[in-house]
Design a protein around this ligand. Structure first.
Ligand code: ZN
Length: 129
């Protein structure tokens, strides 16, 4: 299966499955099941489903990277991976910036939900007294 075919399949799945069906299912995320905390990608499936059904606000609430990655997949489906491959993946500065933005987004999601990154670590931080 090529990257283009994978993009088409993922877009079709997001568009064909009703959002209520996706939102009503329990998480299959191993990280979340083990730690009780969301992983950096938690919410992307729900976000893609909402994006495919034109519910952009809901999509952004599920995961801020859902709509941009969905539209990147649409670009790949239409043009193949060459544009994104040349523009993004082969430039280490852009790849680093996107990776850093993804990490900052995850940390901010943890903080917003009152689950700072220290609570994800398996060690206990000494309390300041
Ligand atoms: Zn997850």
């Amino acid at each position: 299966m090529t990257v283009r075919q994978l993009a088409v399949a993922a877009i079709a799945a997001a568009a064909l499955v009703p959002p209520a069906r996706v939102e009503g299912t329990p998480t299959i995320c191993l990280f979340q099941r083990v730690t009780g905390k969301p992983c950096p990608s938690c919410g992307l499936t729900r976000s893609w489903s909402a994006t495919a059904h034109g519910r952009l606000r809901t999509a952004l609430a599920h995961h801020p990277f859902g709509p941009p990655t969905f539209f990147a997949a649409v670009l790949i489906a239409l043009q193949g991976p060459t544009l994104i491959d040349r523009a993004v993946l082969r430039d280490p500065r852009i790849a680093t910036a996107l990776g850093s933005l993804w990490l900052v987004t995850w940390l901010s999601r943890l903080w917003r939900t009152g689950q700072g990154p220290a609570s994800v670590l398996p060690i206990r931080m000494p309390s300041a007294q």
